[in-house]
Write a protein that binds this ligand. Structure first.
Ligand SMILES: [Zn+2]
Length: 67
């Protein structure tokens, strides 16, 4: 079952961004997701399937969302 992700959700990924940060914010949702690294501010496109595999945790409105 696909994960329920919403714009504005903060996610932590298993693999860090090259800048060292592993916290991202969801900017756009679709077949491809646009996520923004909250450490360096860089935005990247990533296919949904790939993103789902990399997600370690999700935070929405400051609360942890069960996967
Ligand atoms: Zn970064």
């Amino acid at each position: 079952m696909p994960l329920k992700l919403e714009i504005g959700d903060k996610i932590a990924t298993k693999k860090p961004h090259p800048c060292g940060g592993n916290q991202f914010e969801i900017m756009r949702i679709g077949m491809d997701f646009r996520i923004k690294c909250t450490t360096c501010g860089k935005e990247i496109w990533i296919p949904r399937v790939k993103l789902e595999k990399r997600i370690k945790s999700i935070t929405r409105n400051g609360e942890a969302v069960p996967k």
